[in-house]
Write a protein that binds this ligand. Structure first.
Ligand code: NAP
Ligand code: 3JN
Length: 340
């Protein structure tokens, strides 16, 4: 592309992630020539605002991509599986938010702060995958430590906001919270249990090994992004009654010793990270502070006193922004700048 102003499409434009992608393209002044918005037939004809204009949502079909240079997908794994190859065949590069292509060896899985070089591999299939939100914020915080001291093992527990499940879950938490406060019956549609005033140790489906698919995404995607299968990773993923912002308690064991102060100063210089770590002043990362911005917040950094080379930390990011939409748009920015 000579003038470096691509025609862009957002697929899944009416969803929680797609909506935020449109906002990110606008906020970051993404250099595009045109923007097309696509969803299912249910939403075709709806109009959504972009740069002061109203864009009409089109129904996604295999013929949708004729003049599109970059397509940002967030319409679920099935839609990506079916339509991303068609888009790529018509010459467009797909940046896909679903898990459909993440572990395909011919598809780069990218967090721009960690492995931007991997984007070069997009030419084989014309698809680049965006990792799971819980993986993204974890590797942004851990990669600088891995580069310095080598991470041997990661033990992570997540506290994930309902927006990670989409628009219907945001509505479900709102409805249930109101119902409980008003002492009315609490309707359940999205989650198998009440989410209001509760914590569910269950995200995505259970697998034969007893882990959930969300937990195994964190294991497998971390290996691929950090390009090191030797890192031992174990995860417990939990849904909590928070609207936006995933929080993670992370414990690591490093190969060589690194002190909490050194971790703090490494992370203060790390791309995409803000250290919020002054417990005496009650300053630590909070979901409410992460909401609406793009940094990964890290705090409660301290030595794990139970082992020789251990560190504990608390890591929070906006799951819909850095965990999904912003990371996707950042990938597209590198693509335009370096590869198209
Ligand atoms: P959502 O709020 O439920 O929105 C789903 C979007 O997909 C809507 O725009 C919907 O359009 C569209 N869609 C559904 N089926 C379609 C079809 N057959 N053809 C075209 N469009 C279709 O969900 P969300 O939270 O935005 O998440 C969407 C997807 O993004 C997820 O399924 C997941 O794969 C991915 N995601 C990734 C992360 C991450 O960790 N990186 C986080 C959250 C989500 P209609 O309005 O027409 O129904
Ligand atoms: O639950 C969360 O907080 C993140 C959810 C991500 C998600 C939701 C539905 C389908 C994914 C994902 O990105 O891993 C998928 C998927 O498997 O595509």
């Amino acid at each position: 592309m000579s003038d470096k102003k691509p025609n862009v499409a957002v697929v899944g434009a009416t969803g929680a992630v797609g909506n935020q992608m449109i906002a990110c393209l606008e906020e970051r002044n993404f250099p595009l020539k045109s923007l097309r918005l696509m969803a299912s037939s249910r939403s075709a004809g709806r109009r959504l605002p972009f740069r002061g204009e109203q864009i009409t949502v089109e129904e996604l079909t295999e013929d949708s991509f004729g003049d599109v240079d970059i397509a940002l997908f967030s319409a679920g794994g099935g839609t990506s599986q079916r339509f991303a190859p068609a888009a790529a065949r018509s010459g467009c590069v797909v940046v896909d938010n679903s898990s459909a292509w993440r572990m395909d060896p011919d598809v780069p899985l990218v967090v721009p702060e960690v492995n931007p070089h991997a984007i070069a591999g997009y030419t084989t299939k014309g698809i680049i995958a965006n990792p799971n939100c819980s993986t993204i914020q974890m590797v942004v915080a851990l990669n600088p430590i891995h580069q310095k001291a080598g991470i041997r093992r990661i033990v992570v527990s997540t506290y994930q906001a309902v927006s990670g499940t989409g628009m219907r879950a945001i509505e479900e938490l709102t409805r249930q919270t109101k119902a409980v406060m008003e002492k009315k019956a609490c309707p359940r549609e999205v989650y198998p249990h009440q989410i209001a005033f509760n914590c569910l140790p269950h995200i995505d489906v259970f697998l034969d090994n007893g882990y959930t698919r969300e937990e195994m995404k964190m294991v497998n995607e971390t290996h691929k992004i950090m390009e090191d299968d030797a890192i031992a990773v174990t995860a417990t993923t939990v849904r909590v009654p928070v609207f936006y912002g995933h929080s993670e308690s992370i414990n690591i064991e490093t190969r060589t010793h690194i002190g909490a102060d050194e971790v703090r100063s490494l992370l203060e210089k790390a791309p995409g990270v803000a250290v919020v770590d002054d417990p005496q002043e009650n300053r630590y990362p909070l979901a409410l502070d992460a909401e609406g911005q793009d940094l990964t917040l890290v705090g409660r950094i301290r030595q794990d006193e139970s082992i020789a080379n251990g560190i504990n930390m608390w890591v929070v990011a906006d799951n819909i922004r850095k965990g999904a939409a912003t990371n996707t748009v950042q990938i597209a920015e590198v693509l335009v700048e370096k590869y198209l």
